[in-house]
Ligand binder design. Structure first.
Ligand SMILES: Cc1cc2nc3c(=O)[nH]c(=O)nc-3n(C[C@H](O)[C@H](O)[C@H](O)COP(=O)(O)OP(=O)(O)OC[C@H]3O[C@@H](n4cnc5c(N)ncnc54)[C@H](O)[C@@H]3O)c2cc1C
Length: 391
């Protein structure tokens, strides 16, 4: 027989992978984000980007220089979750793209010279990184990549001449440089991504044009179209092996999905806290909304799903810390965390009623932000294909 005592013994669940030391990181990071990000967040949403002062403040507090690998990565996982918990997916995406996704290519595959040139200023928030992979006809399917980097001089010794168009690039107008996927070798027929390379392209180089592409959500993510018209790029801007970007992408895209998943987990945490507080407070028919069984069971379902996904997220982070993250785990996390964000945001708006649907309501922001999570960094359908294919 099931019974209830009516007592609540709720406590914040700590995933088994985390120690008291990680929780200290959480407190510190939460404090910095509370001081540096939250007071400015609405202004950044309106301006469409994180301000230059904001970037420098994040850098000054060391938040742009967390580890990408090894045991220290669990502290980074906490940072990513806390960025999500700000409740501003545009800001979390901006920081995630800069400090993790785009820079991961430079850190993993860049030469010592490239790392020394780019990483210190990036860590200080003085030079912002963006990742320019998607094109109008190459999103989920990168085989139709058309941005060309023509090698100049003897086998590319004279650098490259780049022509093409990238789209939906976060941090686009504020970026100091783009980690850009280009074709360096012409291939005949359907040769997948063979003959592709990664180049660091200076955002101020002659021939680079950025045009804002404001999105429905992720408003502070500074999403832009970027055109390259006869842009000269030096030979030492090559990241990793020429014509072999596919090898690098396979590793970096798993990391990107892990980062996206951890950010989304934090976002769901914020959303459910907002929802839970509201349904306990708001009264309909003279009783709190949460006293209606349908409402409290919906909140309980979502809370349970978050606990499962969050534990899985830290499991994935630990696998990565041990150098054992696989495509399947990264894809499951990215799929489940971002889709849970959509369900949670929908419930959040629904139970807030019209007040949650106001233009400037937090619930409305969560709702419009959540959809981007299931498209950016690989659409949900691609994640499902990947999970099915790695069975
Ligand atoms: C807010 C935001 C920020 C972004 N930031 C960046 C960035 O910083 N840098 C960058 O390079 N790109 C960025 N992107 C682009 C993103 O990576 C692409 O949107 C994504 O890869 C999907 O490509 P696409 O939009 O061209 O959709 P398409 O590939 O044209 O797909 C359209 C839709 O088809 C469905 N679909 C796709 N594949 C399958 C399949 N196998 N089976 C069934 N259905 C399928 C999906 O629902 C998908 O949404 C961003 C996107 C968004 C929304």
């Amino acid at each position: 027989m099931s019974t209830t005592t009516g007592e609540r013994t709720a406590r914040p669940h700590r995933p088994p992978h985390l120690t008291a030391e990680h929780e200290e990181t959480r407190s510190r990071v939460r404090g910095v984000l509370g001081d540096v990000v939250l007071p400015q967040a609405d202004a950044w949403e309106r301006q469409g980007r994180v301000s230059a002062e904001g970037w420098r403040a994040l850098g000054a507090h060391g938040l742009l220089d967390f580890a990408h690998d090894g045991e220290e990565f669990l502290h980074s996982a906490v940072l990513l979750e806390e960025l999500g918990r700000t409740g501003y997916a545009g800001i979390r995406a901006s920081v995630g793209v800069h400090a993790f996704m785009a820079l991961s290519y430079v850190r993993m595959f860049g030469t010592a010279e490239l790392r020394a040139t780019l990483l210190p200023a990036a860590a200080r928030g003085e030079r912002i990184a963006a990742l320019a992979i998607s094109e109008p006809d190459a999103g989920s399917d990168l085989r139709h990549l058309s941005t060309r980097a023509e090698p100049l001089g003897d086998g590319g010794a004279g650098g490259f001449r780049v022509d093409g168009r990238k789209c939906h690039v976060a941090n686009g107008s504020g970026a100091g440089f783009f980690v850009t996927l280009v074709k360096t070798r012409r291939t005949s027929g359907d040769r997948g991504l063979s003959g592709a390379s990664l180049l660091v392209i200076d955002a101020d180089a002659p021939g680079v044009t950025r045009t804002p592409q404001p999105m429905t959500g992720w408003r502070s993510a500074d999403v832009c179209r970027v055109d390259f018209d006869d842009v000269r790029v030096p030979a030492n801007a090559l990241v990793g092996r020429r014509d072999m970007a596919l090898l690098h992408l396979m590793k970096a895209l798993d990391f990107e999905r892990l980062v996206a998943g951890l950010l989304a987990v934090g976002g769901v945490g914020y959303c459910l806290e907002l929802l839970d507080g509201f349904v306990r407070r708001h009264r309909v028919k003279d009783v709190p909304l949460g006293s209606h069984q349908a409402v409290r069971h919906r909140v309980a379902e979502l809370t349970g799903e978050l606990e499962l996904v969050r534990t899985y997220a830290y499991h994935a982070a630990q696998l990565h810390a041990q150098g054992r993250l696989d495509t399947r785990t990264a894809s499951v996390l990215k799929l489940k965390a971002t889709e849970l964000a959509v369900s949670a945001a929908q419930a959040c708006v629904q139970y807030h009623g019209a007040r949650g649907y106001l233009e400037d309501a937090a619930a409305a922001r969560l709702y419009r932000d959540a959809m981007a999570g299931t498209i950016a960094a690989g659409a949900s359908e691609l994640m499902r294909d990947m999970i099915y294919d790695t069975h």
